[in-house]
Design a protein around this ligand. Structure first.
Ligand code: C2O
Ligand code: CU
Ligand code: CU
Length: 505
């Protein structure tokens, strides 16, 4: 009996010891994961590379006035760091693409060639254009094939961008480097005394977070990073640790968050105020002074900052409010900080005209015109409880009508919401008037857990019942998993047509 008891006790003791040890290891592991999950490069970046400015794309104008661009999707290698050749993709080069530029009213045509060895597509994010020209998952371009979308620019001046949109593979295609800026001009914007010398006092700032594993990109997702794969260093226009010399008192930055998952809060190293003059899809009615600005993937902002002669000031991303608890925030990059770009002001600066107090009529859709309300519920990785299906139309809208879309994030993780073809107004964020940075023309909006936005959208057509436009979460891993839906624009009384289940080539 005694012998048996002591044996039981020995076993129990051993078991307890094991459990305590396991708990300690697990606890320590969690602490280790937690404390190593945040990244900060604040104050630690030696800005040693001159910021690359994507070239303005060449174009030719045909007899009928059509401006023609050429984009070739290709693979190559890029030396982000000396001696380390990273395999990348790009348009007309090895990484990113040229900046396309066209004016309101102009007819454009793009000769897209896919020289990759897999199918892809080119979507004109923020562009109002016929659905068949949109470059979404229904306009795939097979390896070796070409595609020639054409449309007439019919929207106000804005900073748009282009990127692939193959269903299920958008994240990887963008991460490899397929992205570029598309700037639209119009007379009203060009008449304003704003900085407008591309690459001089008007700088494209394409921000992407990357991680290297040797020469390769490491695109793995962190253990709890349910927003997607995050990087630990920043590329601006494909340049690591970039600086830029500036020679004007006022500098306009066209910020584009071209990251696949990361949300930033941009500001400056000394917390100086800057003026927001434009949001995703156009200029504001008047500048808004801010010290920080949150941009989720694919959101854009045009800001103007004043520099002093001879100084250096850093564009920085600091702690970002993702609407998460401290644990979630840590693993989703909310606690991270990055030095993004150093501006080096010349010893003497060219004087810039003062920022105008009034900018443009932002031509936003009016809620009073809204004839229909729809609800969209975001829950990982579905919209309204359904994952994307290529042959299912989720909404049929009437050409020329205005609608209100209430988008609610009823999930525990952050999302955003992008609608193709339209520029929307945000009528309300959680029942209240939106802050200044959400009052301009938008096409993508961030939603933390529990957030709800009322968007006002006007569908100006043209009608095409069998070519859908997309709406989706622009955290690209979520989108790839199916957080996307489709709508068609039809004539009054019309119905959605049959959609081919597989992308046409
Ligand atoms: Cu940036 Cu569906 O797009
Ligand atoms: Cu888009
Ligand atoms: Cu999402």
């Amino acid at each position: 009996m005694a012998l048996r008891w002591s044996r039981t006790r020995r076993i129990l003791l051993a078991l307890t010891g094991f459990l305590v040890a396991a708990a300690l290891v697990l606890g320590a592991g969690t602490v280790w994961l937690f404390t190593t999950a945040d990244v900060s490069t604040v104050g630690r970046v030696r800005f040693e590379n001159e910021l690359r400015i994507p070239p303005l794309a060449d174009s030719r104008v045909e007899a009928d006035g059509t401006r023609v661009f050429e984009l070739d999707m290709r693979s190559g290698t890029t030396e982000f760091r000396p001696g380390q050749a990273t395999e990348t993709w790009g348009f007309n080069g090895s990484y990113l693409g040229p900046t396309l530029r066209a004016a309101r009213g102009e007819r454009v045509r793009v000769q897209v060639r896919n020289s990759l060895d897999e199918a892809s597509s080119v979507h004109w994010h923020g562009m109002h254009l016929p659905a068949a020209m949109d470059g979404g998952p229904h306009q795939m371009v097979a390896a070796g094939a070409s595609w020639e979308p054409r449309w007439q620019v019919d929207q106000p001046a804005a900073t748009l961008w282009y990127h692939p949109h193959p269903h299920g593979a958008t994240e990887s295609h963008v991460r490899k480097g397929l992205a570029g800026m598309f700037i639209l001009d119009d007379d009203a914007a060009s008449a304003l005394p704003l900085p407008h010398d591309y690459g001089v006092d008007d700088l494209p700032v394409i921000v992407q977070d990357v991680k290297f594993d040797g020469a390769r990109f490491d695109t793995g997702r962190g253990m709890f990073a349910d927003i997607g794969a995050l990087g630990d260093r920043i590329l601006v226009n494909g340049t690591l640790a970039p600086f830029r010399e500036v020679g004007d008192e006022l500098v306009r930055l066209r910020l584009l968050n071209a990251s696949t998952a990361r949300v930033y809060t941009f500001g400056f190293s000394d917390d100086r105020a800057f003026d927001l003059i434009g949001t995703d899809n156009g200029l504001l009615e008047r500048p808004a002074a801010l010290t920080g600005l949150r941009l989720s993937p694919s959101e854009r902002a045009e800001v103007v900052v004043r520099v002093r002669a001879g100084e250096r000031v850093t564009l920085r991303s600091t702690k970002t409010d993702l609407g998460l608890d401290f644990f979630g925030s840590r693993f989703s990059g909310g606690d991270d900080g990055f030095d993004v770009l150093e501006l080096r002001a010349a010893a003497t600066l060219r004087p810039s005209p003062a920022l105008p107090a009034a900018l443009v009529d932002p031509e936003l859709p009016q809620e009073s015109r809204s004839v229909l309300r729809r609800d969209f519920d975001l829950t990982f990785a579905q919209i309204n409880g359904r994952a994307m299906a290529m042959d299912r139309i989720d909404a049929t809208v009437t050409r020329g009508s205005t609608e209100t879309w209430t988008v609610t994030n009823s999930d525990g993780m952050p999302h955003n919401f992008h609608v193709h073809d339209v520029r929307f107004a945000i009528a309300r964020l959680n029942g209240s008037a939106p802050p200044p940075e959400l009052r301009g023309p938008k096409d993508t909006v961030f939603l933390g857990p529990g957030d709800s936005v009322d968007l006002v959208l006007r569908f100006d057509g043209p009608a095409d019942p069998s070519a859908p436009y997309m709406f989706h979460c622009h955290l690209l891993w979520h989108e790839d998993l199916g957080m996307m839906g489709q709508f068609v624009v039809v004539e009054p009384g019309g119905q959605a047509g049959q959609i081919a289940p597989h992308a046409g080539h």
